[in-house]
Design a protein. Structure first.
Length: 177
């Protein structure tokens, strides 16, 4: 069990979940499931506020890649390489290079944090120019003054009748210019 390492495997984008299931089933069938301990698709929770409702969805943070914790033997290498949807191991040369302990612990920590704290689907920055899409100030342009990600709201400085006025808007009411 001690020789299992994490490897990054390249897949076709959008089929990561199917490849993961396929790989685990094939390992079982081939009788080498003990060599392939974990297959992981790192995801993050993303929140989006639309029409006052907060929606949380999952987004992969390495689309087109899965992480496999496995003991590298000829059998396990062959099985992974020949699983439909997998185009190969990430690494140079013939032998796949495992992730270092530091790299995998960073990814696992990131994964845990991103599961508990959803981040906004659209990222805004203070000072960024936006156009108001909906509401009383539709079609006005403004500059973001404050961001409140927990509430999904922005304070935007909009010029109305020649005066700069702060307006509180929801993320979905504005778009980047």
């Amino acid at each position: 069990m001690g020789t299992a390492k994490w490897y990054v495997v390249h897949t076709q984008t959008g089929v990561e979940q199917r490849v993961k299931a396929n790989l685990q089933t094939r390992a079982e069938t081939a009788g080498i499931a003990h060599l392939i301990q974990r297959v992981m698709i790192p995801t993050e929770k993303v929140s989006e506020v639309k029409e006052g409702k907060k929606r949380i969805s999952e987004r992969k943070f390495f689309p087109g890649y899965i992480l496999v914790q496995m003991e590298l033997t000829d059998d396990s290498w062959y099985l992974v390489r020949n699983t439909p949807g997998i185009s190969g191991f990430v690494g140079s040369g013939k032998t796949p290079l495992p992730l270092s302990e530091g790299e995998i612990s960073d990814i696992l920590t990131q994964q845990e944090e991103k599961k508990t704290k959803p981040k906004p689907k659209v990222e805004f920055e203070v000072g960024e120019s936006v156009r108001v899409k909906e509401g009383a100030f539709a079609n006005f342009n403004g500059t973001i003054e404050e961001i409140n990600p927990n509430r999904g709201k922005l304070k935007v400085m909009v010029t109305i009748f020649g005066r700069s006025t702060p307006v509180e808007l929801e993320y979905w009411q504005v778009e980047k210019v």
